[in-house]
Design a protein around this ligand. Structure first.
Ligand code: NDP
Length: 452
């Protein structure tokens, strides 16, 4: 059978564009449909603008420290509108880089919403249909509000990047990646920031001690964290929003940010008759090769609900391309993914938490917390945390957790070591780089706890 394309990709985010470019560069006929802006969540309404906002929000502290280093420095006022204009220009530039690079590789781009009609057919919003030998769904996800009265009053993370002005006082609901990163950003920009966390601690799923350390630092920096507290009532009162929490706490805010999780973009995407199966959360069910229940249809990235991280989506794209177009069956390796959460202070983490390591096997816990030189000199009280979990039996490093400036940069290289199967002895025989914070990784002497 003749097809219009060898590959039709749905979604112009990091994963979709990578798969489309690689396949087109091999000389295959490739099309890609994107209903919104090229670049997807990461570039347009996620990692990139978020990180720019983190940078913007860190200047007051940096200028404060500069004074202790002898500079006659004052910070002045923050101009959101000037920053936001500049940020949006950068996003426009990146969007056009994504589009141009895909086109240069020979990808035909459709700026259209599409639906999957059968195993090989895509329907565009103007009614036109295309056929493809393979379909790759990389449609991403979107932030969700909880199902409660007046939830539409608040914004979600997509809206943050288009704010006309900063709120004076903000409530963030949810203590996951997005809630905690946004709390640091708004707090740093001078917004009075509170969080409602329905559980007992922020950042569920990460190492307990690390979570506690970050929460303490955030609170000391000015974020008010209400734990065991979910909103139960919300009302607009004039230009304020009144919120009542499940613990009885009531307060008025200028705005609410729902950071209560994300959902895969699968609604009305695939006709039921096609046979692609979704899981309970609406994510596309795939095997180790990103293949769905329909052999010609594959899915990668957030739409599969595996690990919602840009570099993972990109790896899934590369593995898909190898498997389908290079005849080299490549499973996606989801083991030991290093990651950073751009809280303030920042966290870098790879491998098991203390709790998971202890569950798995007898574990030695090495940890140290200290005031880093640059900040201590300026009178900073905040401590950095370095934590390493080591197998008692094999000496293998099972997990590393770092909280402090540059934690994301450091954990990248720790990730390489762990991927190579490094032992504690390997770290110990590596010479320290002095004076740095990272040297703690190779000078951890005695375990602080032994978990049998
Ligand atoms: P998360 O699932 O990480 O966090 C959702 C938070 O909202 C949790 O604290 C959850 O509480 C809370 N919550 C959920 N429903 C309700 C409710 N009805 N009422 C009150 N609280 C609620 O989602 P995010 O949106 O923060 O992030 C989504 C994903 O995006 C992440 O998992 C990550 O993979 C990715 N991401 C990665 C980043 C990075 O790499 N730096 C940055 C941003 C996002 P509870 O814990 O009790 O369930």
């Amino acid at each position: 059978m003749e097809f219009d394309y060898d590959l039709f990709v749905i979604g112009g985010g990091s994963g979709g564009v990578r798969a489309a470019r690689l396949t087109a560069q091999d000389g295959h006929k490739v099309a890609l449909a994107e209903e919104s802006r090229m670049g997807g969540t990461c570039v347009i309404r996620g990692c990139v603008p978020k990180k720019l906002m983190v940078f913007a929000s860190e200047y007051p502290e940096a200028v404060g420290f500069a004074r202790d280093y002898g500079w006659d420095a004052t910070i002045g006022k923050f101009d959101w509108s000037a920053f936001s204009t500049r940020m949006n220009q950068e996003l426009d530039r990146l969007e056009s880089v994504y589009e141009t690079n895909a086109e240069k590789a020979g990808v035909k781009i459709y700026h259209s919403r599409v639906t999957v009609e059968d195993a090989h057919t895509i329907k565009l919003s103007d009614g036109q249909t295309c056929t493809a030998k393979h379909i790759l769904i990389a449609a991403g996800g979107h932030p969700v509000r909880p199902d409660m009265k007046n939830a539409d009053i608040g914004m979600v993370s997509d809206d943050v990047f288009n704010l006309k002005a900063l709120p004076g006082k903000l409530l963030i609901v949810g203590g996951g990646y997005i809630g905690c990163e946004m709390a640091g950003i708004f707090n740093g920009l001078g917004v009075e920031t509170s969080m409602f966390i329905r559980g007992a601690q922020i950042l569920r799923g990460f190492d307990e001690e690390t979570r506690g350390h970050i929460a303490d630092c955030m609170a000391r920096r000015g974020v008010t964290i209400h734990t065991g507290c979910a909103p139960v009532e919300i009302e607009r009162r004039g230009d304020k929003v009144w919120v009542k929490g499940s613990n009885g706490h009531q307060e008025e805010f200028d705005d609410i940010l729902w950071a209560t999780g994300r959902k895969p973009n699968t609604r009305d995407l695939i006709a039921e008759s096609v046979g692609v199966k979704l899981d309970r959360k609406g994510a596309i069910r795939v095997d180790d090769y990103s293949q769905t229940d329909v052999p010609s249809i594959f899915a990668i990235g957030d739409v599969t609900g595996r690990v919602e991280l840009t570099p993972v989506a990109i790896r899934e794209a590369v593995a898909f391309h190898e498997t389908v177009f290079k005849g080299n069956k490549t499973p996606v390796d989801h083991d030991l993914i290093p990651t950073a959460v751009f809280t303030q202070p920042e966290m870098g983490t790879v491998g098991l938490s203390e709790e998971d390591a202890a569950e798995q096997e007898p574990t030695l816990v090495y940890a140290t917390a200290f005031r880093p030189m640059q900040q201590a000199f300026a009178g900073g009280e905040e401590r950095v945390l370095f934590k390493m979990l080591v197998s008692r039996e094999t000496d293998k490093v099972l997990g590393v957790h770092i909280v402090g400036p540059g934690a994301g940069e450091m954990i990248q290289f720790v990730g390489v070591a762990l991927k190579m199967g490094a032992t504690k002895a390997d770290f110990d025989r590596t010479c320290a780089v002095h004076p740095t914070m990272a040297e703690e990784l190779v000078t951890l002497k005695e375990p602080v706890r032994v978990l049998d």
